[in-house]
Design a protein around this ligand. Sequence first.
Ligand code: G6Q
Length: 557
Amino acid sequence: MAARIQPNMKHTAVKRQAWKALESHYKKVSTLDLRRLFAEDPTRGDRMAVEAVGLYLDYSKNRVTDDTLKLLLQLAEESGLPARIDAMFRGEKINITEKRAVLHVALRAPKGASIVVDGEDVVPKVHAVLDKMADFSDRVRSGAWKGHTGKRIRNVVNIGIGGSDLGPVMAYEALKAYSERAMTFRFVSNIDGTDFAEAVRDLDPSETLFIVSSKTFTTLETMTNAHTARTWSLARLGGDQESVAKHFVAVSTNAAEVSKFGIDTANMFEFWDWVGGRYSMDSAIGLSTMVAIGPDHFRAMLDGFHQMDEHFRTTPFGRNLPVLMGLLSVWHNDFFGAQTVAVLPYEQYLKRFPAYLQQLTMESNGKHVTLDGTVVTRQTGPIYWGEPGTNGQHSFYQLIHQGTRLIPCDFIAFAKPLHPLGRHHDMLLANVFAQTEALAFGKTPDEVKAEGTPDWLVPHRVFEGNRPSNTILAERLTPETLGKLVALYEHSVFTQGTIWNIDSFDQWGVELGKVLAQRIIPELESKAEPKLDHDSSTNSLIRRYRKMKEHYEDNRL
Ligand code: G6Q
């Protein structure tokens, strides 16, 4: 049996005074009902709301009292959150297991700001890359950049995975209304050949530009897809190697590998090891976003990020949106035992936002040891999931309303629609408000009976209520608002990670599977029967697959 690392209580959050106080406080308030809390304080809905940088957060429908908030804020102080924020913004190497600074905030620092890493101010480098991206985007958008046969580029395909894919896809979908509609944008990430095949099936290679986005430029999926793309492109452009320079550009930190691939490093857009993959959508990894929406909109998005950064850095915690959201998440997760958070955007363009947040939150805070390597004694990162409203209402909301689990929800809505169509928007927003109301206040047996419901049916129609939610309301989904929203969650993740005393910026948990796959690939491909040395299940699966797979010809691209 594997040896279990013993928790070291000395260094864990549990020992903190505020944590202990929250434990006894929880015993007193865990049965409190939102109905009662609202009835006792008619100002609650206004008091427990904060507006900052154009985002309004109503957190009143959470199971908290003023004392809860006081203790949570005390926990943030005792956990050293102020010093951790300073350390991050100063460029200290707070990603201790990878010995790296964590400076996504530098990616949106305005010209003239200064953030020094290893003796060098990184802000001018950030702006030099942004200018290069803007020049490139303008040339592609205007048609000045020509493909190998002299045609303008009409299709852009981003090849990347994880942090080099989810941000670009999410941002493209979120900001489609601002994008150049005469162009087509596609995203290839999966090593499953279907992803590539479907992305290019109707594209003309002479009008197609591939952006190979990979921090390391060694990632199996991305490099496999990039090589397949190069074969596809060359085969249709007469095999002339020179065409690669016109149809492939790279976003990477690894110039050597980029030029080995055949991409001119003049067409490489740089970023740095202090940008984590899942925090990189506003770096050069956002090149496809910039080509889609244009440099001005991209800069507006960066400005939105920066406004939230400044709010997080400078605002007292009691009015600090990311801090409050992070603390509330810890409260539900660690004290009420909630295992998940549902993110429910009532904005169709944000359909990929929950998927994006899954990586941001779960890769960052899905950790089992604290910074000093001892096993945590409390639950860390909850599972984030969600779908746009109102669709979810007709499927999984049932479980949120009447199931046996507590699922805190983040509702996200905008006052002004991007497509004002008749009564659609009022109806959409009515659903947001109705859902938060129903979750919080439910419907009692008496209320159900009063509607004339037969006794036997009453229990089925009762809503317990008391189900927590946040509502985030902004004016309209714009590039600037998107930047604010993403930064809000980034800093909420950071707040939670600080409370749990974990490294929110590494991701060792994705390594093992990658290494094992490298070992299995030759066992699947070898002509001769391989000698298998796995467990009996894995051995059998490999043997069965080898038998099942037909000896098909290589894919004709
Ligand atoms: C994110 C992770 C991970 C990474 C991908 C792609 O924080 O590090 O999702 O973004 O593995 O890596 P490359 O950009 O190096 O190809």
